[in-house]
Design a binder for this molecule. Structure first.
Ligand SMILES: [Zn+2]
Length: 414
């Protein structure tokens, strides 16, 4: 029988309890200590058994080990992630928001819905130069560019894009679906020649998966898009690699799981909030994004997918800056700004279902794997610290309200 001993200060060094090597459970204790030494601490050990299953009363030595474990939960070090869906805008707005993304992410897939949109390789090259010029001095960031698909995009443009070293995908917006999407595709059937070219050269297609028909309820538009357009589309182009962007429903999760050559990005807002957030005590325009927040059962399905360890689901913030006045108006713009604290938001979501050990692959591995790019090697650290999301950050003429402004967070990137 082990003898209870006082638990020492565990902040800075692993504690090796003398009883660890002699007890039948001790292999778990050694595993845990080894992980601490290797700085590759896993926030949640393999199950079963979990550490809390240990018989603490009969074996007080394990209280010490659990204490080691809990102390080390204060930090989470992972491979630097990438953002696989980002809106940076242009000009002064670009300069204002880019530093937030550069601080957290090594690369990002840049959405092309500027005014006018990025329709050609030449447009993308100029936009990329403006992004590179806006990177803060001495910092590293790689913008991965996309082309905006229109009814008039030519197969030749796809071939040029494939030859370019920095264009990684083509974005499909149904005309009128969201911010600056007026030049989008009016009928997905009109672009078959372009899709054939994309399939041939293996250029991924990124979908804003919503119908825009006025007779389809806003909350059903993703589900109807999948049924009406995506399923037949994938039958026509089975080898075209597709990302269903910012999925919001259990229907999308089910479809992505069931189909081949298709992956999905998931935003922090769709993991953390259901549609009640839009109406809590009044109309909350800062939670308005497209596709719109859905019922709790859909949020639960997204959380399950994101934390499942399935490589088809990876991080894409869809961070989309709008000035406070353009959000707080009689016709508020769609989009949530999360570049300030994206990783912290994802960490909160993953921790809420005790799945922090799945965050690194979701944030840093499955995206580059899908895009056939090398994973990053640099590492970043989140620390367990309570802080409050600021009400506003400086942006253009009226400031920018971050997602969850004023709310308390428990993880912070250091
Ligand atoms: Zn977007």
């Amino acid at each position: 029988m082990a003898i209870a001993r006082p638990i020492p200060d565990l902040n800075d060094r692993p504690y090796f309890h003398p009883d660890f090597l002699t007890h039948r459970w001790e292999v778990w204790g050694v595993w845990g200590v080894w992980e601490v030494w290797g700085e590759r601490f896993l926030p949640h050990p393999p199950t079963p058994p979990t550490l809390l299953d240990f018989s603490l009363v009969r074996n007080p030595g394990h209280k010490a080990f659990v204490a080691v474990y809990n102390q080390r939960m204060q930090k989470l070090t992972i491979t630097r992630p990438d953002d696989w869906h980002l809106h940076l805008r242009d000009g002064a707005a670009l300069k204002a928001v880019l530093p937030f993304t550069v601080r957290q992410f090594a690369r990002a897939i840049i959405m092309p819905n500027l005014k006018p949109p990025i329709r050609s390789v030449a447009d993308a090259a100029c936009y990329r130069d403006r992004i590179l010029a806006a990177i803060p001095e001495g910092q590293q960031f790689e913008p991965l560019m996309t082309l905006y698909l229109t009814d008039n995009t030519s197969p030749d443009e796809i071939l040029r894009a494939k030859e370019s070293p920095f264009i990684k995908a083509v974005k499909y917006y149904p005309a009128g679906a969201t911010t600056n999407s007026d030049s989008g595709v009016t009928d997905i059937l009109k672009c078959d020649r372009v899709f054939e070219a994309m399939q041939q050269v293996d250029m991924p297609l990124l979908l804003h998966g919503e119908v825009t028909d006025n007779d389809v309820d806003t909350f059903d538009r993703e589900k109807v898009f999948i049924e009406r357009h995506l399923i037949p589309f994938k039958q026509r182009f089975p080898n075209l690699r597709v990302v269903l962007e910012h999925i919001t429903t259990s229907d999308a999760v089910q479809y992505v799981l069931s189909a081949n050559t298709i992956a999905a990005t998931i935003t922090p807002q769709h993991l953390l909030f259901n549609r009640n957030a839009l109406f809590k005590g009044g109309l909350r325009t800062h939670f308005y994004c497209l596709p719109i927040l859905k019922r709790e059962e859909h949020r639960q399905a997204l959380l399950q997918a994101a934390t499942s360890g399935n490589p088809k689901f990876f991080l894409g913030t869809d961070s989309a800056p709008h000035t406070r006045t353009s959000k707080e108006s009689s016709c508020g713009c769609a989009g949530c700004f999360s570049a300030l604290h994206a990783l912290e938001l994802y960490a909160e979501a993953f921790e809420s279902v005790k799945a922090l050990d799945k965050l690194e692959a979701f944030a840093s591995f499955y995206g580059p794997d899908f895009y056939q790019l090398p994973r990053n090697t640099e590492r970043i650290t989140l620390s367990k610290t309570t802080w409050r999301v600021p009400d506003e950050v400086p942006f253009m003429e009226s400031g920018l309200v971050p997602l969850g402004a004023g709310q308390e967070m428990t993880w912070q990137m250091v």
